[in-house]
Design a protein around this ligand. Structure first.
Ligand SMILES: Cc1cc2nc3c(=O)[nH]c(=O)nc-3n(C[C@H](O)[C@H](O)[C@H](O)COP(=O)(O)OP(=O)(O)OC[C@H]3O[C@@H](n4cnc5c(N)ncnc54)[C@H](O)[C@@H]3O)c2cc1C
Length: 597
């Protein structure tokens, strides 16, 4: 059976050295959160992830969810695990204290969420969707709805969903057709939503659907979409459950991965119309959804980190156990385990280096979100928010894209056994596949990056970030290495990568919209490759300094330096090729007519 042990040392190292944990904890509102408390929270979460969630991950995959006449039954163990998850307070941990959460900083909850996603990605989606709905209700609903719904949702007694997609409206939300008709103090909702994660299940007493729909007089396009709250069971004023609402799970999808989570087709209002309450102002539904978009996209990016870590751990274990062939240079010796083969080590090093780089990027962004939320200085909050807005599509797009290659290498390390279901290696590859698709495909993230985030301010935010990275490189104290060959090699690779990023940025800003769009995904990957390379260099400097101070974890710190150098020598050079694709690639990308494909 595939096991999972959270990499607590690396998580804490990255939280402190890259996510600026100390600075986050020093912010107003975090007075009661100490480093010791954070360490204790991580250790407890690690136990739950390893002992409760990881062991049911494989049966979630093999059994999946079962649909019968609108009722969905989850795989064995999921219901009990969910009850334990809520009883121990993990469900509401990241939520604010006002409605029963623990109000942990985003940086801390990000590390904890990584563990849920790595141990059991399908299971973790239920909390992710619930907390997304909690966030939207908290920011936009009227007080009465907050009081009625949020305590039970934070506790996990009721779960939440996001009903956006319709058969004709996927990436293009302007095509949404679901209707909402006013009736007294509520609305009647009717329409079909597809692909609704955890849209129906047996783990909670009620399911609170947030639904995007159109009012009768709504303008066409995205400016005519409103957000509604539609519970599975209507909720009385005292919080008790009332009649069943007019909505039903018409079926669930048979899919490639994340079998443990139900992906539901939801039929609203097949009778008199599902009763729903408006959240926010009429026609402002998309703005309400945007409130939660940064967290949701960070969290899907984090799925890329988590599932890759899980695949890496499993491949490492297999490589340590599997005996095959003789180690090069030691042909007279007995057969050895495959971890001795340079090519297997290459795959493991690539997986490890990318996972640590992705973790650095995700935690750095989470730390900046805390800064944007709680720093005492307004200008600092604003600049952190601008940076977060820029980084989010990169975290989402780049980490999930990497996860496809990493989980595929996880299969490759297993040889034929990777292709056989019983090892579990292929589950990670299949589970990872959705991460580049939902919550906005990589193409949509890249459009957001070059359109909204880059073009909107003439590239100012990206140029500022490039300047910060350049300053770090120039700063003798931070980056020169002072005769340290490892750090010097990293600095040289990073300088080349920064040059590629600068050139591609300038080219994109001057290009036509269509040429720029043709290079958008390569540009997103270039951004991820270089920014994470910068953070890995920072990590290597921190490891070097800690080792010099006599930190007891010498082995971990030495490995961090070598891993960061591996990233600089093996991954960062991809930046040059990506730059070329952006700058020279659009002519052929756009060169054929439709009929020539
Ligand atoms: C397992 C699963 C769970 C999901 N969970 C939810 C959920 O809980 N709630 C919910 O509402 N939805 C959910 N979705 C839906 C998901 O968000 C959509 O599938 C996704 O947004 C893509 O939409 P689509 O499938 O219609 O693809 P399309 O929009 O048809 O895209 C097809 C291809 O065209 C590209 N494309 C489309 N438009 C553009 C453009 N403007 N520029 C560049 N490229 C473009 C895309 O990148 C993609 O490669 C889920 C989907 C799945 C499979």
């Amino acid at each position: 059976m595939s096991t999972y042990t959270p990499p607590l040392r690396d998580m804490l190292f990255v939280m402190k050295e890259i996510g600026s944990l100390d600075a986050v904890l020093a912010q107003p509102g975090n007075e009661e959160v100490t480093v010791e408390l954070v360490e204790a929270v991580l250790e407890e979460a690690a136990k739950f992830a390893s002992n409760v969630l990881a062991p049911i991950n494989a049966q979630g995959d093999t059994q999946g969810c079962r649909w019968n006449d609108g009722v969905v039954t989850t795989a064995d163990g999921f219901k009990q695990a969910y009850a334990g998850f809520c009883e121990t307070g993990w469900n509401g941990m990241p939520a604010g204290t006002e409605f029963g959460g623990q109000g942990m900083p985003t940086l801390v909850s990000t590390a904890v969420l990584e563990m849920w996603k790595a141990s059991n990605m399908a299971f973790s989606l239920c909390q992710m969707l619930t907390l997304g709905a909690v966030e939207a209700i908290t920011h936009h609903a009227r007080d009465e709805l907050k009081q009625r719904y949020l305590p039970a949702m934070v506790e996990g007694r009721w779960t939440g969903t996001m009903n956006i997609t319709e058969p004709q409206a996927g990436s293009d939300l302007a095509a949404i057709r679901t209707k909402a008709v006013p009736e007294g103090d509520h609305y009647r909702i009717s329409g079909t939503k597809i692909f609704i994660t955890w849209g129906e299940h047996d783990m909670a007493q009620n399911i609170i659907h947030l639904v995007l729909a159109r009012l009768p007089d709504a303008p066409a396009g995205v400016k005519g979409i409103s957000l509604f709250l539609c519970p599975k069971f209507l909720v009385n004023a005292d919080g008790s459950l009332g009649a069943r609402n007019d909505l039903v799970c018409a079926s669930i999808e048979h899919k490639m991965g994340i079998h443990g989570s139900a992906t539901a087709v939801m039929a609203f209002g097949e009778g008199s119309g599902a009763i729903g309450g408006l959240i926010g102002e009429p026609n402002q539904g998309l703005a309400c959804m945007f409130t939660m978009m940064n967290h949701a996209r960070l969290n899907v990016g984090l799925e890329g980190v988590a599932i890759s870590e899980r695949a890496y751990q499993q491949a490492r274990q297999y490589a340590l156990d599997r005996v095959q062939g003789k180690t090069l240079g030691r042909e007279d010796a007995q057969s050895a385990t495959i971890i001795g083969h340079p090519d297997v080590r290459r795959m493991l090093m690539d997986m490890k280096a990318r996972v640590e780089a992705m973790r650095a990027l995700a935690y750095y962004t989470a730390g900046q979100m805390d800064r944007a939320h709680g720093h005492k200085d307004g200008a600092t909050r604003q600049s952190a928010q601008t940076l977060v807005d820029l980084l989010i599509p990169i975290v989402k797009g780049w980490c999930t894209d990497n996860a496809l290659g990493i989980t595929s290498d996880g299969v490759q390390v297993h040889g034929g056994m990777g292709f056989i279901e019983e090892t579990g290696a292929s589950q990670h590859l299949r589970d990872a596949r959705i991460t580049t698709i939902y919550e906005g495909t990589t193409g949509i993230q890249a459009n957001d990056l070059i359109g909204r985030k880059l073009a909107r301010d003439g590239g100012a935010a990206m140029k500022r970030l490039i300047a910060v990275m350049g300053d770090d490189l120039d700063s003798a104290r931070a980056m020169s290495g002072q005769g340290d060959a490892t750090l010097d090699s990293m600095a040289a690779a990073l300088r080349t990568g920064l040059g590629a990023l600068t050139e591609a940025t300038h080219w994109l800003l001057a290009a036509s919209a269509r040429d720029a769009a043709a290079g958008a995904v390569p540009y997103l990957k270039l951004c991820g490759t270089v920014i994470a390379g910068w953070l890995m260099a920072r990590a290597a400097h921190a490891a070097t300094a800690q080792a010099a101070r006599g930190d007891p974890h010498a082995d971990f710190l030495a490995a961090k330096r070598i891993t960061a150098l591996h990233y600089a020598l093996h991954v960062l050079p991809e930046g040059g090729a990506l730059r070329d694709t952006v700058v020279h690639g659009s002519a052929t990308t756009l060169g054929l007519s439709d009929s020539q494909f």
